[in-house]
Design a binder for this molecule. Structure first.
Ligand SMILES: Nc1ncnc2c1ncn2[C@@H]1O[C@H](COP(=O)(O)OP(=O)(O)OP(=O)(O)O)[C@@H](O)[C@H]1O
Ligand SMILES: [Mg+2]
Length: 497
């Protein structure tokens, strides 16, 4: 073009800059797996070979494969325009991942692909690129490594093979990774994949690592035993739009730690532990991009350990969420902040309530299900005077009641009755009742007075009426009933019984 000088980027510095864009081994591997998923593979096999630190990694899939032209394009740095509209569900965006992810692991990337039975191959060797400072791409994969390639059995499929693992296993360095550290690293990669693809790892997608099938790890515990799964509070699913595009939010509040056995508790805590797993889980096309993060909206504290909030957006919203090349980072669009903050605040409160063994009256935005199960106080449906009663079906209370014997249960329920009667709101009601209406005593209150007086009387049969009245007057809940009424009840319903 007139007035311009065409300026080619120099190969060596660009390649080395691209190697340093900040992939971790796990995010790099996931970026390559994304390509296989985009190619509609339903079997993706990952193999990590050690060989004294200088091993190799390959990712083999049975997806659609590439013909020669497509493979040539795929191996080009910047193979697609990031502004292109991608297919529904497509995970790729930048036309970079295959190269940048592979180069962050090792210096040689070889790809063998088969489409309709025809094989194509290419190979980048960064030692050669660096030496010549030119984008020299091999048309053939060196025979020396081709021996390690497995067959592509069907008509279609691809093998992405990475070796010269100077980054992944410090091959060729003074201290290459020892066998144990190498396999510990693979274990972490495996766990990461089990999390980021948990929604996609269904019957239609199998991923194996060194022959072991991955099993999705569901952060919302919906795959845990019924005893736990049934206690997960699924908040109301909410949808809103950002820049006209749909975002779906599904909040989850997990059961209190007392509900798990040791193994379940550890599993539910995830690889990084409970604290690191609280927060938003942001999915793009069902693939988890970032997790266990309040994304700058809140701080992490252990009382919020039970909240995990699923947020889903589509690849048409990539610009709004500023997804990065590594697919491991986003930032919340301004338009979504207010909604996510208010949802987050609500469910954090719920987690805190459960953790501190108390709940508040649910606000309007909480679901019916959660109102029923998590309120400690509820309006007594049978009471015309709007009295509050404790929710006897509260999960924590139910749990405690299940665990104790009948005698303790009786005492606990008695105590709860006293708490109900002693609540400031109910005391106010009772006072009003006594003051303005015929002092017909509430039958529940009367029964509790009888019950306690009975218990005291059984323990000390020699106790006098006066002493019984005195003892009962010590309960603030009975203050409003008055000495005379209590005495009357004791004489009529306790002593004379
Ligand atoms: N396993 C595979 N099977 C079939 N085609 C593939 C495979 N891996 C890569 N490709 C093709 O190569 C192209 C380039 O892949 P690359 O990962 O570099 O970029 P991308 O997936 O388009 O975008 P991103 O940089 O966001 O990953 C893909 O768009 C796809 O067409
Ligand atoms: Mg890709």
């Amino acid at each position: 073009m007139e007035g311009t000088i065409q300026t080619q980027p120099a190969a060596t510095p660009v390649i080395h800059a691209l190697r340093n864009i900040g992939y971790k081994a796990q995010t790099a591997i996931a970026d390559i797996v994304d390509n296989s998923i985009d190619a509609n593979a339903n079997l993706i096999e990952l193999v990590f070979e050690y060989k004294d630190g200088d091993g190799y990694i390959f990712i083999k899939d049975n997806g659609r494969g590439m013909n020669d032209t497509e493979l040539q394009r795929a191996m080009t740095v910047g193979s697609k325009d990031p502004r292109e509209t991608r297919d529904k569900n497509e995970l790729g965006r930048f036309g970079m991942g295959l190269k940048t992810a592979s180069f962050s692991l090792g210096k040689r990337l070889s790809v063998l692909s088969k489409q309709n039975g025809i094989l194509s191959e290419r190979c980048w060797d960064l030692d050669v690129v660096s030496k010549h400072n030119k984008w020299y791409l091999y048309e053939k994969i060196p025979d020396s490594i081709k021996n390690n390639f497995p067959d592509i059995e069907g008509e279609n499929g691809t093998i992405v093979y990475i070796d010269k693992l100077d980054r992944f296993s410090k091959a060729g360095m003074a201290n290459p990774l020892k066998r144990n550290s190498y396999f510990a690293k693979i274990k972490r990669i495996r766990e990461y994949l089990e999390l980021v693809y948990h929604l996609l790892l269904t019957e239609s997608l199998i991923i194996t690592v060194n022959g072991n099938k991955l099993k999705g790890w569901d952060p919302f515990l919906l795959d845990m035993p019924d005893t736990i799964r049934e206690k997960v509070v699924e908040g109301e699913k909410q949808a809103f739009r950002v820049n006209g595009k749909r975002v779906i939010v599904r909040p989850y509040v997990l059961p209190h730690p007392s509900n798990y056995n040791k193994t379940e508790f550890e599993k539910a805590g995830g690889t990084k532990g409970w604290r690191e797993h609280q927060g938003f889980y942001i999915y793009r096309e069902k693939r988890l991009v970032t997790f266990g993060d309040w994304l700058g909206l809140f701080k992490k504290e252990s009382v919020y350990d039970l909240v995990r909030i699923r947020v889903d957006f589509l690849n048409v919203s990539d610009d709004d969420w500023k997804i990065d090349v590594k697919k491991s980072n986003i930032s919340i669009p301004e338009e979504a902040k207010e909604n996510l903050e208010s949802i987050g605040r609500n469910y954090r409160q719920m987690s805190q309530d459960i953790m501190l063994y108390r709940t508040k009256r649910a606000s309007g935005s909480r679901t019916k299900k959660s109102i029923g199960t998590l309120n400690t106080w509820e309006l007594d449906n049978d009471d015309r005077n709007g009295k509050y009663v404790l929710n006897r079906l509260h999960p924590i209370l139910s749990e405690v009641i299940d665990k104790i014997d009948d005698e303790l249960k009786k005492q606990l329920l008695l105590y709860l009755n006293l708490v109900e009667l002693g609540s400031p709101m109910n005391l106010f009601e009772i006072k009003n009742l006594i003051k303005y209406e015929e002092p017909e005593l509430d039958s529940k209150l009367k029964n509790i007075i009888i019950f306690i007086a009975d218990e005291l009387f059984k323990k000390e049969p020699a106790i006098s009426v006066d002493e019984l009245v005195e003892s009962l007057m010590l309960f603030p809940q009975f203050e409003s009933v008055g000495r005379d009424m209590i005495e009357k009840i004791i004489i009529k319903d306790v002593i004379n019984d």
